[in-house]
Design a protein around this ligand. Structure first.
Ligand code: SF4
Length: 62
C-alpha cells in the first residue's frame, strides 16, 4: 500500500542538510519539482534541494 502523502513531519523524517551530493532531495524520487526550493510527496513543508531525510530514495534515471 502506498504511503500517505505528506504523512511525515520534517522532524519524524529526520530532515537535515545532505551530508553528500548523492543523497540530496533533488536526487530523491519524492521531491517535486526538483528545484532549489520545492515540495516532497512524503514530508510536509518546503523542501530544500540541498537537504535529505531518512526516507531518501534515489530518483530513477530517465
Ligand atoms: S530526501 Fe526526504 S525530504 Fe527529501 S525529497 Fe526525499 S523523502 Fe522528501
Amino acid at each position: 500500500m502506498a504511503r500517505r502523502v505528506w504523512g511525515l513531519s520534517k522532524k519524524k523524517a529526520n530532515y537535515k542538510p545532505a551530508p553528500e551530493p548523492g543523497v540530496r532531495c533533488d536526487q530523491c524520487t519524492y521531491m517535486f519539482p526538483p528545484v532549489a526550493l520545492g515540495g516532497c510527496r512524503l514530508v510536509r513543508g518546503l523542501i530544500q534541494a540541498s537537504a535529505t531525510c531518512d526516507e531518501f530514495r534515489r530518483r530513477p534515471r530517465s
